[in-house]
Design a protein. Structure first.
Length: 373
C-alpha cells in the first residue's frame, strides 16, 4: 500500500494502512491476554483492552489483502502466464523472504526445539501448509502466513477461470453466492461439532468469501455521489471499529456467523474507498514517510512494520514470561503486566523495525528491480 506525503499540518491517513495497524494491535493484545491470564490473581480480570478480537483482525486482513490484490488483477497487470508467474514470485518474495528469515533467526537465536523435534510440523511450516495444529510455542500464529499464501496461489485461477468471464451483474451474483456458501458451510460445521480452529478459522477454503468478495468489490458500481460516499465513510469506519473492539469480548459466541458479517463490512468499505486505487500506476505497497505525532500517522508508521511485528509478536510474548520463570523472578500482577505486555510491545516493535529495515526493505527494492526488468 502507498502512503502520501503532504506539507499540510493535518495528515490524511491511508485507510488501508490504518486498518492493518489496528488489526495487528488487536492480534497482539489478545495474544498478550492469553499469555498473562494464568498469572492473574483469583477474581482479578485482565484489563478490557486485552480482550480485542484477534479472530476478527485476521478476517479483516484477509479482506484487505483480497481487495488490494484484486485491484491489480482488474487493472490487467496479471493477464498473461508470464505476468501470473511474476505475481506468484512477487508474493513469495514479499511474504516468504521475511518469513524464512524469521524462522532462521528463531532457530539460531531462540531455539524452536519443539518445532524441530516435530519434523512433520516443521515441514508444514516451511511449505506453507501449517494450520496451527499441533500448537508450537511462538509459532502458532504462522498459520495465517500459510493460509494467505494458499489464497494467493488460488487467486489467479479463480480470477481467470471464473471471475474474469462474468459480467458486472453476474459478478455481484457470484459475490452473493460466495457469501451464502461461506455462511452455510460454517453453520454445517457448527452443528456437526467440527473443530472450529482447524475447519473454520485456519482452513483456507473457508476464507474464500473473506478474500474474494472484497477482491471483486473493485467492480461494484458507484450509485452514490462523492459527497454521499464521503458521509458514509466515517460512519462505516466507526461501525467497523466498534464491532472489532467493543464486541471483541463476545465474538467467540458468534465465531461461525461473524466472518460473513465482516466480509460484508469489508466489501462495503473497499467499495467506498476503491477510487483511491483507480489512478495508481504502481502496485499498492507501503513506503516510508515522515511520521508526525498524530494518531493516524503513528498507525500508518506502525503499519509499515506490521508484517514483521506479526512474525515476532508470539515469540516475544512467550519469551519474556519464560525468562521470568527461569530466573524465579516474582512481581506483583500489574508489574508483571507492564513487563510482559508493555515491555513486550516495545521489544517487538524494535525487533520488527530491524526486520523491516534489514530484510523487508531490501527485499522490496529487489522486487521493484525485478518488476522493472
Amino acid at each position: 500500500m502507498t502512503t502520501t506525503k503532504t506539507n499540510s499540518p493535518f495528515f490524511r491517513a491511508d485507510i488501508f494502512n490504518t486498518l492493518r495497524a489496528v488489526a495487528m494491535l488487536c492480534v497482539f493484545t489478545m495474544h498478550a491476554h492469553l499469555v498473562i491470564v494464568s498469572y492473574a490473581p483469583p477474581g482479578l480480570h485482565t484489563p478490557f483492552f486485552l480482550h480485542t478480537p484477534a479472530w476478527a483482525a485476521m478476517w479483516m486482513l484477509f479482506g484487505l489483502s483480497g481487495f488490494l490484490i484484486g485491484a491489480h488483477f482488474y487493472k490487467g497487470k496479471y493477464d498473461t502466464p508470464k505476468q501470473i508467474r511474476s505475481f506468484l514470485v512477487q508474493r513469495f518474495l514479499r511474504v516468504g523472504i521475511p518469513y524464512f528469515a524469521f524462522l532462521l533467526l528463531g532457530v539460531l537465536c531462540i531455539h524452536f526445539t519443539s518445532a524441530i523435534s516435530l519434523k512433520s510440523t516443521w515441514i508444514r511450516i516451511l511449505t506453507f501448509t501449517y494450520n496451527g495444529r499441533p500448537a508450537v510455542s511462538g509459532l502458532g500464529a504462522m498459520w495465517f502466513i500459510s493460509t494467505i499464501m494458499q489464497l494467493y496461489v488460488v487467486a489467479p485461477f479463480m480470477y481467470h477461470g471464473i471471475i474474469k468471464k462474468l459480467s458486472a451483474k453476474s459478478t455481484q451474483v457470484f459475490m452473493f453466492i460466495l457469501l451464502l456458501a461461506g455462511l452455510l458451510l460454517r453453520e454445517v460445521l457448527k452443528y456437526t461439532h467440527a473443530d472450529w480452529y482447524i475447519w473454520v478459522y485456519t482452513f483456507s477454503p473457508l476464507q474464500w468469501d473473506l478474500f474474494f468478495v472484497p477482491f471483486m468489490a473493485y467492480t461494484l458500481p458507484n450509485p452514490l455521489t462523492d459527497s454521499a460516499k464521503n458521509k458514509l465513510k466515517p460512519l462505516l469506519l466507526l461501525a467497523g471499529c466498534c464491532i472489532l473492539v467493543i464486541c471483541g469480548k463476545f465474538l467467540l459466541l458468534y465465531r461461525y456467523e461473524w466472518p460473513t458479517v465482516f466480509t460484508i463490512l469489508m466489501a462495503l468499505l473497499c467499495w467506498l474507498y476503491k477510487d483511491t486505487l483507480k489512478n495508481e500506476k504502481a502496485p499498492v505497497r507501503l513506503s516510508a514517510h515522515t511520521i508526525r505525532c498524530q494518531p493516524f500517522c503513528l498507525l500508518e508508521g506502525f503499519a509499515l512494520i506490521s508484517y514483521s511485528f506479526y512474525l515476532w509478536h508470539s515469540v516475544i510474548l512467550t519469551l519474556l514470561p519464560s525468562i521470568i520463570r527461569q530466573y524465579h523472578l516474582t512481581f506483583s500482577y500489574w508489574v508483571y503486566l507492564a513487563i510482559t505486555v508493555g515491555g513486550g510491545f516495545v521489544l517487538c516493535t524494535l525487533v520488527a523495525w530491524g526486520m523491516w529495515f534489514f530484510v523487508e526493505r531490501p527485499t522490496d527494492i529487489w522486487r521493484k528491480q525485478l518488476r522493472a526488468s
